[in-house]
Design a protein around this ligand. Structure first.
Ligand SMILES: Cc1ncc(COP(=O)(O)O)c(C=O)c1O
Length: 386
């Protein structure tokens, strides 16, 4: 019988060093490995092509996402960029409306130089996505996040994967906000899952890393080639840090969920907060779909402050919650998408996709939930204009 994910985060992949029995996989800080004779080695030859510590992490994420193989990258963006190298000139890639700013930037400013095109689509409108695919046979993939950053928009992963498959295109899901503890896109029909492991998987705000998991052998061979050819690999120490983080993923996420639910319900009742974006609220548009495809709503909340508040004073007044980029760590963080995570998206596009200047994004940590709310309450009071 397959182990439950609570067990897999601790015992999945290669959880024990085969040479020593060490229960924490050692950091094999080695760039090269002695070969037995010409053409014969012990499974490793050069650190970029393969390293036992990185391999253990790759096996772990493969097991957690229920894929064919996993790959560990130097950052989430390195995972995204290397995956995009699967495509060639004249191919077109669809991206969901609230995709991470860096994903947009690499397509808009780098891959466009190689004639790889992109189009922003509303992945919540399934019929429209179908029509867009139908119109252009150069569309080779769709990249989406659910919940998407920063409006937490929910996309029906199964429905989109089904359409993409019909047109022979790949579905690539950035699962950073959910992690396999809450959602497994490959089991919903996606072909590739990507992570910024920097966030919930690492969980301790101390390692930049990325992961990709593919569904089948064919994609695995292609990505394995690119991983080595590009050299976008994760170092052994960082691989170890990520494995250590993943061991507590289940318990951390349970607390993130509990706290986010509490904070979202508090925010929903604050007069002067115009809208709360949280997939765990019954009033939220994607609530039912998220419930169907994920085990929880995650730890991210966004909200719109009304003009009754001075936004600058609000950001300056939070104390326990740190004003900082990133998300998914044990500590609560607050950010301003328009000038921080999504600053690389031009102003007019930001307005069009709802990333306005009064939008606040909160990564709810695992501190005491009452302390988090207390901090928000005080900051809101200070920022109130009347
Ligand atoms: C959803 C999402 N994907 C990818 C990335 C990029 O990851 P990294 O910062 O590890 O390169 C981020 C970073 O914020 C993200 O939020």
């Amino acid at each position: 019988m397959k182990n439950n994910i609570n067990t897999l985060v601790i015992h999945g992949g290669i959880s024990e060093d085969k040479n020593t029995g060490a229960l924490s996989i050692p950091i094999y800080q080695a760039t090269t490995f002695r070969q037995l004779e010409l053409g014969k080695n012990k499974g490793y030859e050069y650190g970029r092509s393969g390293n036992p510590t990185r391999e253990a992490l790759e096996a772990l994420i493969r097991d957690l996402e229920e894929g064919y193989s996993g790959f560990a990258f130097a950052s989430g963006l390195a995972a995204i960029t290397t995956t995009l190298l699967l495509f060639k000139s004249r191919d077109k890639i669809l991206i969901s409306k609230n995709v991470y700013g860096g994903t947009f930037r690499i397509l808009d400013q780098v891959f466009s130089n190689f004639d790889i095109k992109y189009e922003i689509v509303d992945t919540t409108d399934i019929n429209k996505v179908d029509k867009i695919f139908k119109k252009d046979k150069n569309i080779k993939a769709i990249i989406l996040e659910s919940p998407a950053n920063p409006l937490l928009t929910i996309t029906d992963i199964k429905a989109i994967s089904c359409i993409a498959k019909k047109y022979d295109a790949l579905t690539i899901v950035d699962n950073t906000f959910m992690t396999p503890y809450l959602q497994k896109p490959l089991t919903l029909g996606a072909d590739i899952v990507i992570h910024s492991g920097t966030k919930y998987l690492g969980g301790h705000t101390d390692v930049i890393c990325g992961l990709a998991v593919v569904k089948d052998k064919n994609l695995s061979e292609k990505l394995k080639f690119l991983h080595n050819a590009v050299g976008s690999i994760l170092e052994p120490f960082d691989s170890w840090l990520l494995m250590r983080g993943i061991k507590t993923l289940a318990v951390r996420l349970d607390r993130h969920l509990e706290n986010a639910d509490y904070v979202a319900k508090f925010l929903e009742n604050v007069k002067g907060i115009k809208k709360v974006f949280y997939p765990g609220l019954k009033s939220f548009e994607g609530y039912e779909i998220n419930k169907k495809q994920a085990k929880g709503a995650g730890g991210m909340i966004s909200f719109l402050l009304s003009q009754d508040y001075d936004i600058k004073i609000f950001y300056k007044s939070v104390k326990l919650i740190a004003l900082a980029e990133s998300l998914g760590g044990v500590e609560s963080l607050i950010s301003h998408p328009a000038t921080m995570t999504h600053a690389s998206i031009p102003y007019n596009i930001r307005q069009k996709i709802g990333i306005t200047d009064n939008l606040v994004r909160l990564s709810v940590g695992i501190e005491d939930k009452k302390d988090i709310v207390n901090d928000l309450e005080k900051a809101l009071k200070k920022a109130y204009k009347k």
